[in-house]
Design a protein around this ligand. Structure first.
Ligand code: F6P
Length: 535
């Protein structure tokens, strides 16, 4: 599928990104997409008009428009789980009727959102309280999509928090829940158990621990526990009364679920009105994705840039580098969104993929990353396409000098990656520093930057709830478009199951209740080590 593009790539060898700017002074304009107040600049890549034409041709070839429309219409595009994919409906509760299996889903969506809002107002006003008084703290217990979306968004929108403090427990490592519970009061804490299935072992273990903590501390679990789940049966079995359950349907994938009940902790923190703004931002990006031509379509151009770098150029990873401290969990969030969605080896029909699928996504906020791993980005032997994100304005006018430094650092990094520094320039620098002869050559070589390293920049005015909604929906549709082009199902995650099964099988072995003869030598030795550890 990528033959033409690979040919273009090979013809381009020797071309440099800086050279493209010299040839075309309007390159920044021509190779960027604006949508509302967002600007996505992909001009610092080797994508030319010809490459872009070949990339957008993939969209027609792979029927991106057809699959996109099928998703929004509620068709069963998640074929291995026989499910529709309709997280987009969560951010459009006022939309026209939408039928799934013969039932209009909008009315129940509106009803659930209304219930969430009423609850949030009562908690935030103190009308709904714990035995010790108004709720001061909320603990969201969940993992994967039932954690990463709300925790990432709650951190991102910290300037808008005016509700109870929110904490997030995900890891089954007892250290996680221990370190949070020891700081808060069991009589004024609201516990939210967030789990689509309500069977995830990490979440259910933490939920049981939290319930014991509430009860032992003089709280009342029946009053202080809420459940966010698709399973009425499981929430009832755990003992959560129906009126404390906020349900959703299986057409909302875990990693796409922050827009609905799973986002309740965010709504409690920022309030229902801000939450609605977040939804509106997501909906605006949906409308853009549905209507804009490919070249002007931000999610599609983000996807095509990804395809170019991974499948065509063969760069196996990409770095997400938010110059926005409050987006510090965005790389982790995108790891799940992108790698759980597109980290597959077979096509929709089960045939092995003849090309690599999703890249490894990783990252850290700038400027911290600059003082850690950017060395490799600039001078390492592998090329890592970098995706920068930055706001034009911060939220702290009194700290404006900080923000200016943040912005210039972000821009400087993408410039440095592109421009590099030649041996000639490095030698001149060393000569000026007093070196000569062989030592000058040696020192200069260490100061050469190959340059020509691609990056993109997403720039937005300020990280408001609306903009955050736009950014998250942008990445969701990017992952979708990439998945369609690769011909895979982006909405299942069978690859997480085997490890879960094996963990179950190891429990009785660790407890010494079952012989470990069936296990390999390494696993047996490791089990032995744990069983024999004292203290
Ligand atoms: O194990 C992977 C996974 O199923 C994710 O897809 C999901 O987001 C996470 O576990 C949590 O699942 P649940 O919300 O059902 O607890």
């Amino acid at each position: 599928m990528f033959k033409d593009l690979k040919l273009l790539r090979s013809q381009e060898c020797g071309e440099s990104i800086s050279g493209l700017f010299e040839k075309d002074p309007n390159r920044a304009d021509a190779f960027s997409v604006r949508f509302e107040a967002l600007l996505f600049d992909y001009s610092k890549t080797l994508i030319t008009a010809e490459v872009r034409a070949a990339l957008t041709a993939l969209c027609s070839q792979q029927n991106v428009a057809g699959r996109r429309d099928a998703m929004f219409e509620g068709k069963e595009i998640n074929e291995t789980e026989q499910r529709a994919v309709l997280h987009t409906a969560l951010r459009d509760p006022g939309g026209p009727e939408l039928f799934v299996e013969g039932e209009d889903i909008r009315a129940p969506l509106r009803a659930t959102l209304g219930r969430m809002e009423r609850l949030a107002r009562r908690v935030r006003s103190g009308k709904l309280a714990g035995p010790g008084g108004p709720f001061t703290d909320v603990v969201n217990i969940g993992i994967g999509g039932s954690d990463l979306g709300p925790v990432m968004a709650a951190l991102a929108l910290a300037p808008y928090h005016n509700g109870p403090r929110c904490h997030f427990v995900s890891n089954v490592d007892g250290a996680h829940i221990h370190d949070i519970l020891q700081r808060i009061d069991p009589k004024t804490t609201l516990v939210i158990v967030a789990s689509k299935t309500f069977t995830t072992v990490e979440t259910m273990t933490n939920a049981a621990t939290a319930r014991r903590w509430v009860e032992a501390g003089g709280g009342e679990a029946a009053r202080q526990f809420l459940a966010l789940s698709t399973s009425e049966e499981e929430t009832a079995a755990f003992g959560i009364p129906r009126e404390h359950v906020f349900g959703f349907e299986d057409w909302v994938g875990g990693r796409y679920s922050v827009w609905g009940p799973i986002g309740l902790s965010l709504m409690l923190a920022v309030g229902p009105d801000r939450f609605r703004e977040f939804l509106a931002g997501g909906k605006a990006m949906d409308d853009h994705f549905r209507t804009a031509d490919w070249e002007q379509n931000m999610p599609v151009m983000l996807a095509l840039t990804g395809i170019w770098h991974n499948q065509v150029c063969g760069h196996p990873t990409r770095a997400v580098l938010p110059y926005d401290q409050r987006l510090r969990r965005l790389p982790a969030y995108l790891q799940q969104l992108e790698m759980e969605s597109n980290g597959k080896s077979v096509a929709m029909d089960g045939a092995p993929l003849p090309y690599p699928s999703g890249p490894v996504v990783w990252g850290e906020p700038g400027t911290n990353g600059q003082h850690a791993f950017y060395q490799l980005l600039h001078q390492g032997t592998s090329v890592v396409p970098a995706e920068f994100l930055v706001a034009a304005k911060g939220h702290e006018p009194e700290l404006e000098p900080h923000h200016r430094l943040l912005v210039v650092n972000c821009l400087a990094q993408s410039e440095a990656l592109m421009r590099g520094r030649s041996l000639k320039k490095a030698s001149a620098l060393m000569r000026a520093a007093g070196y000569e002869g062989a030592e000058l050559q040696r020192q200069a070589r260490h100061r050469v930057f190959p340059g020509n390293r691609p990056s993109t920049t997403l720039i937005y005015p300020q990280l408001t709830p609306y903009v955050l909604g736009q950014i998250i929906a942008l990445y969701e549709h990017r992952v979708f478009a990439e998945g369609v082009i690769l011909g895979i199902n982006s909405f299942d995650q069978w690859g997480v199951e085997l490890g879960k099964e094996l963990a179950d099988s190891l429990m009785p072995l660790l407890a010494g209740k079952k012989d470990d003869a069936g296990k390999d030598g390494s696993t047996r030795a490791l089990l032995d080590f744990v069983r024999n550890s004292k203290g």
